[in-house]
Ligand binder design. Structure first.
Ligand code: SF4
Ligand SMILES: [Zn+2]
Length: 191
């Protein structure tokens, strides 16, 4: 393996030749007497603490205690970055615009994923706009009042009302589907 810096610091590590090297690799996320002792040795007794932390950061290996931080934990990894005076890019990624793979709307996110979906889609909501357009057309075609549409859709009148005036940007998918299914009698599929 290649290292930018001199690897000799390992020879001066306080954990080197410790009778219990496992202490630096906790098997539980909870703080134990052993993990606390390992951290104490790093902080109080190790003269190459910085080199060790730098090495852990560069390798990106989030496993075990390095420089007194449990890098397996997000908080420990973040604390290590702070100790080294480096921006915590892994933790605070900048939000960027992405297009929702379900509805096509653009939204901001700082997550990385292969198929991003906006909050509305994740919550089972859809855009009111096309449903609103459908209702306007329906009223024009039929002259139906809101109550008539609500009855045919099996929904409350207030849902029809708020869709007509576009009170919200999103609505429940099920309500939208019910409203979109309401057609003028002349267009309804023959039974
Ligand atoms: S800082 Fe801790 S883990 Fe790193 S070399 Fe020193 S004692 Fe070992
Ligand atoms: Zn979406």
């Amino acid at each position: 393996m290649q290292h930018n810096a001199d690897d000799n610091w390992r020879n001066r590590a306080a954990c080197k030749n410790h009778p219990n090297p496992d202490m630096w690799f906790p098997t539980t996320r909870k703080e134990t007497t052993e993990s606390a002792e390992a951290k104490r040795i790093c902080v109080q007794r190790c003269e190459v603490r910085w080199e060790c932390g730098d090495d852990a950061d560069r390798s990106g290996a989030r496993c075990g205690i390095h420089a007194g931080f449990d890098t397996t934990k997000t908080a420990g990894w973040k604390d290590l970055q702070e100790f080294l005076g480096r921006p915590t890019t892994r933790v605070r990624r900048k939000a960027r615009p992405v297009v929702c793979t379900q509805c096509g709307e653009e939204f901001q996110t700082n997550r990385v994923g292969s198929a991003p979906r906006c909050m509305a889609c994740v919550q089972g909501l859809v855009l009111v706009e096309p449903v609103h357009d459908h209702l306007k057309w329906l009223v024009r075609e039929t002259g139906w009042i809101h109550k008539e549409i609500a009855t045919r859709a099996g929904l409350s009148r207030s849902i029809v009302q708020s869709t007509m005036v576009r009170r919200n940007t999103y609505m429940k998918r099920e309500s939208a589907e019910r409203l979109l299914a309401v057609q003028p009698d002349s267009l309804a599929a023959p039974r």
